[in-house]
Design a protein around this ligand. Structure first.
Ligand SMILES: *[C@@H]1O[C@H](CO)[C@@H](O)[C@H](O)[C@H]1NC(C)=O
Ligand SMILES: *[C@@H]1O[C@H](CO)[C@@H](O)[C@H](O)[C@H]1NC(C)=O
Ligand SMILES: *[C@@H]1O[C@H](CO)[C@@H](O)[C@H](O)[C@H]1NC(C)=O
Ligand SMILES: *[C@@H]1O[C@H](CO)[C@@H](O)[C@H](O)[C@H]1NC(C)=O
Length: 373
């Protein structure tokens, strides 16, 4: 049983306790302000909610200074709303007028203490006109990678980059397209990727478009018909075929390893076939067909074998009736190798073989006798 005094004491204690508890709650920030990007002239709010008892008073700091003192009262001044947020009716950022850009924090204060929020920045949105880099026309070979460059104009917030092909946003799920820090990589490039590309930069301030760039996906040369090895006899004709496709159509050219094509005795047909006429032993060797366009080059080589081509002077044989012609050829080409067929010779044939030594420029003559078998 409690007497009356005891009851009063308890009541007093409870009341005092309750009052002491409410007085003791220091302010705490329950909703921190976050960074805000606003367009010039638009409204903006930096929020701040606090707890505490008694109800804390709210003050805002801008760049570490109390707001009221720094800015003074005026029509451009932000208002502190009753729940604590800072409200800008029209965000100002003009060069002559008051700029609202800055770092803001709210301070909550009551008899039990002080709390300060995190710093939140107020940015004025910007999007410059000039692209830092614009795409340029690109030619790429089919199956390879093409890169379209783009660095969007400076802006805040950082502008998003979108690519358009022939006026339509590119299909982001197409695995041929990769966006890499503004650049567009097309890999592997296909014929269907040819077109006009535009880089578009966008943030809340608006949209900027780059100049269009043309991507041309071309085909490297490829052989339709490759030259084949050919074997002919002296005096005959030899033909090497060669056909190549590509986009643009490749130019085809013929060449020989280590020496020019035989002057006056070759012809290249409109279908690119190489014809060699009155083949001599010196024509033996490798012939190369080269097909080139501005995205690639391919080469194919074939061998011309001339029957009766000899490795040394002593392997030399000849046909009786072509003796004069052979001599002429030996003199013309300063060589020891020539084709001869000894069949039908009844008499031993004597040949004066004249050759020129290229290092000494001296002529040497050999007298040789050949007999038929
Ligand atoms: C908040 O910003 C002010 C002014 O820029 C600076 O003095 C202060 O150190 C910053 N506080 C924090 C917690 O970063
Ligand atoms: C985008 O590309 C994917 C994969 O290539 C394809 O399945 C889809 O149909 C394309 N979407 C459009 C709208 O072209
Ligand atoms: C042509 O001859 C070369 C050697 O002279 C040989 O390596 C090549 O395989 C030959 N090509 C064909 C298609 O027979
Ligand atoms: C050419 O002359 C040089 C110098 O006299 C000699 O060493 C070389 O063997 C000669 N070559 C031939 C193919 O006769």
């Amino acid at each position: 049983m409690m007497d009356q005094t005891g009851l009063l004491k308890l009541l007093g204690f409870l009341l005092c306790g309750t009052r002491a508890q409410t007085e003791d709650i220091a302010p705490s920030i329950v909703h921190q302000p976050s960074d805000v990007v606003a367009k010039l002239g638009d409204p903006a709010t930096l929020s701040c909610r606090v707890d505490g008892s008694p109800k804390p008073t709210i003050e805002w700091l801008r760049n570490g200074q109390p707001l009221g003192t720094e800015m003074g009262a005026g029509p451009g001044q932000p208002l502190v709303l009753s729940e604590g947020s800072l409200f800008f009716l029209r965000v100002g950022g003009g060069k002559r007028g008051q700029s609202h850009e800055g770092v803001y924090a709210c301070v909550a204060r009551n008899s039990a203490g002080v709390a300060i929020s995190r710093n939140a920045s107020l940015f004025i949105a910007v999007l410059k006109d000039e692209f830092r880099a614009e795409p340029s026309d690109v030619e790429a070979a089919e199956g390879e990678a093409a890169v379209l460059n783009c660095e969007p104009p400076l802006g805040h917030p950082e502008p998003n980059v979108l690519w358009k092909k022939d006026g339509i946003p590119i299909n982001n799920t197409d695995p041929h397209y990769t966006k890499l820090s503004g650049k567009l990589i097309v890999e592997p490039a296909e014929k269907s990727h040819s077109g006009s590309y535009v880089c578009e930069a966008r943030n809340i301030m608006g949209v900027r478009q780059s100049r269009p760039a043309r991507l041309s996906v071309l085909a490297k040369p490829a052989f339709v018909l490759r030259p084949e090895n050919v074997s002919v006899r002296t005096g005959e004709s030899a033909h090497f075929h060669c056909q190549a496709k590509g986009d643009p159509p490749p130019a085809v050219a013929w060449s020989r390893d280590r020496s020019p094509l035989p002057n006056g005795r070759y012809l290249i047909n409109p279908d690119q076939t190489l014809q060699l006429h009155y083949v001599t032993a010196q024509d033996a060797g490798q012939y190369t067909c080269t097909a080139a366009n501005h995205v690639g080059v391919v080469r194919a080589t074939a061998t011309l074998q001339v029957q009766g081509q000899f490795n040394s002077l002593y392997e030399l044989f000849f046909q009786c009736f072509v003796l004069d012609l052979m001599l002429l050829e030996i003199l013309q080409h300063q060589t020891e190798s020539i084709s001869f067929y000894p069949n039908g010779c009844r008499q031993p044939v004597i040949l004066l073989l004249v050759s020129l030594n290229c290092s000494t420029n001296q002529e040497s003559a050999r007298r040789m006798t050949f007999r038929s078998q």
